[in-house]
Unconditional design. Sequence first.
Length: 169
Amino acid sequence: MLIRLAQIEDIPEVWNISQTWYDPIYQENSADGFLFGEPYTEQELELITKNGDMAVACKNKEIVGFFLLDNSTANKTTLNYIQHLAKIDGISLSGSICPRAQIAIKKEYQNQGISISLTQFLKSKASSRYDLIYSLVSKINPKMEVYTKSGWHLVSETDKAFIVALKVN
């Protein structure tokens, strides 16, 4: 498995993977996890890629997963994350933080440690820009354990989500 920074030509495949996990059926019934919030547009993915904030996992020439950091788009969910984080005692939005992260692996490649490898890779690449990375994990998403295995720790929670942080430095 090759883990590398995403390139512009990877965006259509990354977008297709993400769209699979935004399906409302996954949000209600899936034991495989899901993505929530406003999906990224291809233009937003291009900006994230140009900033060096996305890694992809490749098997042969197929992209099987991605991990992205969003500190640069005007995506509605990212802006909501920033507003939500600002309301939590003990969380400072000053300094080098990334308010949103997203990871998705094709179903047939899950449970192979790919998300952990992607997290470690992008964490090392992001260490010069960020001290902390935040993410929200829905309480009905069964993949919370994958986050903790990857080094994320719980910082707060709401009725519907866990707020997790990854220390980069």
